[in-house]
Write a protein that binds this ligand. Structure first.
Ligand SMILES: [Zn+2]
Ligand SMILES: [Zn+2]
Ligand SMILES: [Zn+2]
Length: 268
């Protein structure tokens, strides 16, 4: 069971799928257009979270239903007529033929993985592109801490199990957070102190360690006169390496960047 005659979809195909277009999260589906998170269906158009159903248009959260428009059931011939009328109208207004527009997203762009992988620099840029923006992206609990960061012992060996019932406060964003049992076990095993940052700030910190999702065209920086290379490199036996390549390390970064050949010659 695979995927047949389908395109422009994400996270789909399990259980076999055919005639799927512009969808997200489909399982075992046939003839599905512009639908989000729906399993075991056939002949769905513009639906969200509908399962085990067939012939639905513009429905949300339906299970084991057929011939429904905007969650209301019709006789099959009525359904067909009304469906065609609605589609003809939506084609006229230009609303038909693409996945749900970003304006309908329940989330601000900055709350989603979109901002991680294809970030907008400013709120205004995102709004201009048709996305929502969450101005109070810092959701959570505040001022409920039972333990101040400065009173938490420095080393994990000094931490009692009672930390599991404490409410901590993030030194980065003041949000409250807790330590859970498996986490404490992990910190003890790895000899890691209790984090002073909340999970969200830790996530952001990890992300900031990644190079950006952007490539720069650069020249190999390998030069026998400058660097103490230990062996002769295959692409140049002296002087500067002539190789150029794409790298996620921008030219203004401090690291020395070699081409793959020179790099491998030195490290392998
Ligand atoms: Zn935080
Ligand atoms: Zn090189
Ligand atoms: Zn080299």
């Amino acid at each position: 069971m695979g995927v047949k005659d389908s395109m422009d979809s994400y996270h789909y195909g399990l259980g076999g799928s055919e005639l799927i277009y512009e969808t997200h999260a489909m399982v075992h589906s046939y003839n599905i257009l512009f639908v989000h998170l729906s399993y075991d269906n056939s002949h769905l158009i513009y639906c969200d979270s509908c399962h085990n159903s067939e012939n639905l248009l513009g429905c949300v959260g339906m299970k084991k239903n057929k011939y429904c428009i905007f969650n209301k059931a019709y006789q099959p011939d009525e359904y067909k007529k009304l469906k065609e009328k609605i589609i003809a109208y939506a084609k006229e207004t230009g609303e038909y033929g693409e996945f749900f527009p970003p304006q309908l997203s329940p989330f601000g762009y900055n709350e989603t993985q979109g901002q991680v992988y294809m970030p907008f620099k400013t709120r205004e840029e995102a709004i201009r592109a048709g996305y929502k923006w969450e101005d109070e992206a810092t959701t959570g609990t505040f001022n409920k801490e039972t333990l101040k960061p400065e009173t938490i012992p420095e080393t994990i060996d000094e931490i009692q199990d009672s930390i599991l019932s404490e409410v901590l406060v993030c030194v980065g964003c003041n949000r409250n957070y807790r330590i859970v049992n498996n986490e404490l076990t992990f910190y003890r095993r790895e000899k890691i102190p209790i984090p002073r940052l909340c999970p969200e700030c830790r996530y952001q910190k990890r992300l900031s360690l990644r190079p950006p999702r952007q490539l720069w065209h650069r020249k190999c920086m390998c030069d026998y006169k400058v660097h103490q290379n230990t062996i002769k490199h295959p692409d140049h036996s002296e002087g500067v390496c002539p190789n150029e390549f794409e790298t996620s390390y921008s030219p203004d970064r401090p690291e020395v960047v070699y081409c793959e050949t020179c790099y491998n010659a030195e490290v392998v």
